[in-house]
Design a protein around this ligand. Structure first.
Ligand code: PLP
Length: 242
């Protein structure tokens, strides 16, 4: 067997393990089967690995770096669903708006306005999540909860976007209850927005290390890289990259 063939079966096997974990967590926390979507985070991995995952049935892929993701999307012949999850600079917004199906990392009103203005009208509306800085970490990107309560309605009215919900990357913790507590804050904020009259259906939270806690608290999209593709070569600060 060639090295490449071994690698391929690994991706398929890991993907199925992650899906299994998701389905077990859905059951354990009384979530409907199929209520959690797996977003495979393929940053730093070549299109070849994405195609391997797609061949195993994976449809949604998450990317962080603009140039890298453009190269992949523009050569994707399988019409996969692409989600931008990285830190987004305003001067790159047009490239994102014209290619992606989702942006999870909208963290300022100005950026939402640009994405709406730059979304080609022959494409479906761009699905977006507002990134919330739940731990109020000054170094992290994302709106503060109070800012989201103030701007969400305005963003929901932008014509070429559809506001789907919230995205969060809580401070890493090995403690399950601490993980849950952070995700619970995101879910509570989402609830408050829905009480304001916004129709939201997406909570993008949970990664390889805290997926179960996120599902326990209502995640509808988990963003998983390492558990599917293996450890990345160059460690990059989560959510701060381009
Ligand atoms: C890289 C990344 C992930 C995936 O992290 P893993 O620990 O590899 O599962 C999820 N979300 C965001 C925003 C990321 O940048």
């Amino acid at each position: 067997m060639t090295a490449r063939a071994i690698d391929m079966s690994n991706i398929k096997q890991r993907l199925n393990q992650v899906l299994d974990q998701i389905h077990r967590a859905e059951k354990k926390y009384q979530r409907p089967h199929g209520s959690v979507t797996l977003l495979a985070v393929s940053k730093t991995w070549p299109l070849e690995n994405i195609i391997e995952a797609a061949a195993a049935g994976q449809y949604c892929f998450g990317e962080n770096y603009v140039q890298e993701s453009i190269a992949k999307i523009d050569t994707d012949t399988k019409q996969l669903e692409w989600h931008f999850i990285g830190h987004l600079q305003s001067n790159k917004s047009r490239e994102i708006a014209s290619r992606f199906d989702w942006v999870h990392s909208v963290d300022r009103l100005k950026l939402a306005k640009r994405l709406s203005a730059q979304r080609p009208t022959d494409l479906a509306v761009l699905n977006i999540c507002l990134q919330v800085n739940i731990s109020n970490e000054p170094s992290k990107s994302g709106f503060l909860a109070s800012e989201i309560l103030a701007v969400a309605e305005q963003i929901s009215l932008l014509p070429n976007l559809k506001l789907r919900g919230l995205m969060a990357i809580p401070a890493p913790s090995d403690n399950f209850e601490q993980q849950r507590a952070a995700f619970r804050q995101v879910a509570t904020l989402q609830q408050q927005l829905m009480e304001q009259g916004l129709a939201l259906d997406t909570l993008s939270m949970g990664m390889s290390g805290d997926m179960e806690a996120a599902i326990a608290e209502g995640a509808t999209i988990v963003r998983v890289g390492t558990a599917i593709f293996g450890p990345r070569n160059k460690p990059v600060p989560i959510g701060r990259n381009n």
